[in-house]
Design a protein around this ligand. Structure first.
Ligand code: AP5
Ligand code: ZN
Length: 214
């Protein structure tokens, strides 16, 4: 199963990706997590990406398309994958199509901007696994610690309110056009398109996802 998770920053893509990985045994491809790993490793690409990410802007299509193509070609992706945070621009979606990468389901998480800003202030992440928590809405068992490894949770550098607002602006401008793009793909019979209310509790969204994917 090949799935695209579409939605604003903080809409719950990473949270539901963890659920879907567990349920369907397919890998999560999060371009944001890949970039953050490159930053941590101190690669040249990572250093260049950090500046852009800290401003809430998008990394160049060429770099991102290259990263994703390389990742999708790996063995564990041959039975499917979950794209989290990609594609994010029309050129990225076109590049996928031109590369012959078909998609089965596109899932849009609909969440208003004011809910997003509230969520981001309480987000905590475990970078090594991609597990995501919220101090109120999805707290870890032990405060500040990952449930599985017990390692420290961190606050992402781009979760400052000012950066979150910049990211939301970029989302509406550059990523939201993909809603029409994939709705048209679905009408042409190339994939299924589902829109979910992402303001519901985490478990409710997961349950709806399970029902619609079967
Ligand atoms: P990326 O890491 O992809 O960030 P994003 O899209 O901005 O999305 P987030 O990870 O912030 O949110 P999410 O939807 O995963 O929400 P989450 O589940 O964590 O990208 C970061 C940066 O990298 C970009 O700004 C860009 O610079 C660059 N980049 C990445 N991909 C790129 C690309 N393709 N092209 C160009 N540049 C790219 O949830 C958020 C919080 O809410 C958590 O605390 C969670 O616990 C909580 N929560 C989740 N669901 C619920 C719920 N239902 N109810 C209550 N709380 C909830
Ligand atoms: Zn995420």
């Amino acid at each position: 199963m090949r799935i695209i998770l579409l939605g604003a920053p903080g809409a719950g893509k990473g949270t539901q990706a963890q659920f879907l990985m567990g349920k369907y045994g397919i890998p999560q491809i999060s371009t944001g997590d890949m970039l953050r790993s490159a930053i941590k490793a101190g690669t040249e690409m990572g250093l260049a990406a950090k500046k852009v990410m800290d401003e809430g802007k998008l990394v160049s299509d060429d770099i991102i398309i290259g990263l994703v193509k390389e990742r999708i070609a790996q063995d564990d992706c041959k039975d499917g994958f979950l794209l989290d945070g990609f594609p994010r621009t029309i050129p990225q979606a076109d590049a996928m199509k031109e590369a012959g990468v078909a998609v089965d389901h596109v899932i849009e998480f609909d969440v208003p901007d004011d809910v997003i800003v509230d969520r981001m202030g309480g987000r905590r992440v475990h970078p090594a696994s991609g597990r995501v928590y919220h101090v109120v809405y999805n707290p870890p068992k032990e405060e500040g610690k990952d449930d599985v490894t017990g390692e420290e949770l961190i606050i992402r550098d781009d979760d400052k309110e000012e950066t979150v607002r910049a990211r939301l602006g970029i989302y509406h401008e550059q990523t939201q056009p993909l809603v029409d793009y994939y709705s048209a793909e679905a009408e042409a019979g190339n994939c299924a398109y589902h829109k979910l209310d992402g303001t519901q509790p985490v478990e409710t969204v997961s349950q709806q996802l399970g029902e619609l994917l079967g």
